[in-house]
Design a protein around this ligand. Sequence first.
Ligand code: NAP
Length: 253
Amino acid sequence: MSASISLAGKVAIVTGGGRGIGKAIAKRFAEAGANVVIASRKMENLQATATEFSSLPGKVVPIACHVGRADQLENLVRETQTQLGPIDILVNNSATNIGQGPSLDVTDEMLDKMIEINIKSALRLVRLVVPKMIERKSGSIINIASIAGLVPQPGGLLYSFTKAGLIMLTRSWAREFGPHGVRVNAIAPGLIQTDFSEFFWKDEQHRAHVETTQPIRRIGQPDEIGFAALYLASDEASFVTGQVFVFDGGATA
Ligand SMILES: NC(=O)c1ccc[n+]([C@@H]2O[C@H](COP(=O)([O-])OP(=O)(O)OC[C@H]3O[C@@H](n4cnc5c(N)ncnc54)[C@H](OP(=O)(O)O)[C@@H]3O)[C@@H](O)[C@H]2O)c1
């Protein structure tokens, strides 16, 4: 797939691009020739990923950024434009998951934090990036949601709520920006083996349940999401917008 899809000359930002799903996406983009900024809080981790990918055709540039901080998001966009040029692709991938448990135990602080990291960061980045995409009549936004945004998860009220919000932002933005040449899609993964989800896949009972009941009887790997993002970012997906692509081994079937 990567052999036939080219992102040569494109510039991308992938938040949370230093590990897990974001890293897999950044790798596919750079393999396809895009210059990619990977952004998250831990520079050491970003730097290690950039070094690992240094022989790929596209540049991989690390920029430290806490996506909950407006000034750091502004710096991320400014630095990307200065170092690499106009932004063609934005992947809102960074997320957090606090406040797992009974919904009546959810506090205002948990709610605010989840909205700040999982929703407001995407809103702010879109506000910073899309006007220039509209001027250039071209752009692709990819929001990493979750099947938890489609189906409620036990004890996962805030996570499901924020991912459902991201899905509705995706569809709303797609309607608004489509006439200006900017496409917006979401990817909704099921259980993928990363640090983020280790609570679930390291739990023997949970893992056994997935491996015996899910149509594809294993948990997913980050690279299986990387390919999907590569397609959505590319001109091959020029007629695709406002959609939610589920990659869950059939869990929601
Ligand atoms: N793994 C799954 O089963 C699964 C399923 C459905 C959806 N997803 C979604 O996939 C996306 C990626 O998750 P993952 O599974 O790849 O997890 P991961 O490997 O733990 O990666 C999460 C990334 O988010 C970054 N991040 C966290 N807080 C941040 C902040 N405040 N500012 C900037 N970056 C921050 C982390 O980097 P730093 O620590 O350096 O900041 C890290 O790069 C998330 O949106 C998640 O909700 C995952």
